[in-house]
Design a protein around this ligand. Structure first.
Ligand SMILES: NC(=O)c1ccc[n+]([C@@H]2O[C@H](COP(=O)([O-])OP(=O)(O)OC[C@H]3O[C@@H](n4cnc5c(N)ncnc54)[C@H](O)[C@@H]3O)[C@@H](O)[C@H]2O)c1
Ligand SMILES: O=C(O)[C@H](O)[C@@H](O)[C@H](O)[C@H](O)CO
Length: 255
């Protein structure tokens, strides 16, 4: 059950690593009780211990695969039975696949990326809407981690770009359908945030003209700060999308 009347409960999918972990840390710093979820128990448990040590906040790890309806159902049942409510869902879990021409990708790779990036956000939003509509006080927020790839593509990134553009549609629909129930939905579109994974990638990501430009990278904590800011806005002044980049440098056009 709810521990105190004012306590706020958040779920961050893919919260065991990278940007998701930074979002969880910022939310803990802002006083949220946070559940992080991901597929690997050992990664999640270590992340929860790190986050607890860094913030002193209340953080719980629940293993789940967001692309699997049964797993998502069990995740939300665990949250409901532990906390009795959910104030904020951050749909952050996502993957990319090989940067190769579309015709070289396998059907399995397409399904994997759609499953993690789009089906996962849909399944979690479905469950969150159900809880947020029924709880007292009613309502809550959904924040989707889109990408600059929700606005413009990078080369050899068709499935990733398609799922991220689709997330924008899901954000808009969730905002529209949620409004009568005091449920707001917004999206953060980030350029490049440095994580352990991007540090290993080195110089930068491919631009639309095919060059590997040194596109500026910002600390992942800025994404956490943006999520906390979006979550602090009144429900009546919902910001639909927020682009968060290290600079205003646009992606380079082809030709
Ligand atoms: N890092 C960047 O520069 C950047 C830029 C734009 C958008 N993004 C978005 O940010 C999000 C996080 O990416 P990241 O850079 O932190 O990478 P990451 O690989 O560190 O994080 C992704 C997380 O999602 C989890 N995940 C993947 N599939 C899952 C599934 N089916 N079920 C549960 N969890 C699953 C992974 O285990 C991992 O913890 C993604 O949605 C990505 O598209 C990142
Ligand atoms: O367009 C995007 O979504 C991002 O810029 C990505 O290309 C990330 O930088 C990359 O996936 C490393 O996490």
């Amino acid at each position: 059950m709810t521990d105190t009347a004012s306590e706020k409960f958040a779920l961050v999918t893919g919260g065991g690593t990278g940007v998701g972990k930074a979002i969880a840390e910022a939310l803990l710093g802002a006083g949220f009780t946070v559940t992080i979820t991901g597929r690997r128990a050992e990664v999640l448990d270590k992340a929860a211990a790190d986050l607890r040590a860094a913030t002193g906040g209340n953080v719980y790890a629940v293993t789940a695969d967001v692309s699997d309806p049964e797993s998502v159902k069990a995740l939300f049942e665990a949250i409901e039975s532990r906390h009795g409510r959910l104030d904020l869902l951050v749909n952050n879990a996502g993957i990319n696949v090989r940067a190769v021409p579309m015709e070289d990708l396998t059907f399995e790779e397409w399904n994997a990326i759609v499953g993690a990036n789009l089906t996962g956000a849909f399944l979690c939003t479905q469950q969150a809407m159900r809880i947020m509509k029924a709880q007292e006080p009613r309502g809550g927020r959904v924040i989707n981690n889109g990408s600059i790839s929700a606005q413009t593509p990078r080369p050899f990134s068709g499935p990733y770009t398609a799922t991220k553009h689709a997330i924008t549609g899901l954000t808009k629909s969730t905002a529209l359908d949620g409004r009568p129930f005091d449920i707001a939905c917004g999206q953060i579109d980030i350029g490049n945030a440095s994580t352990e994974m991007t540090a290993k990638m080195g110089t930068g990501v491919m631009q639309a003209n095919g060059t590997i430009a040194a596109e500026p990278t910002m600390p992942a904590r800025h994404v956490g700060e943006a999520v906390v800011y979006m979550a602090s806005l009144p429900l009546s002044a919902n910001v639909l999308t927020m682009t968060v980049m290290a600079t205003t440098m646009p992606l380079v056009g082809r030709g």
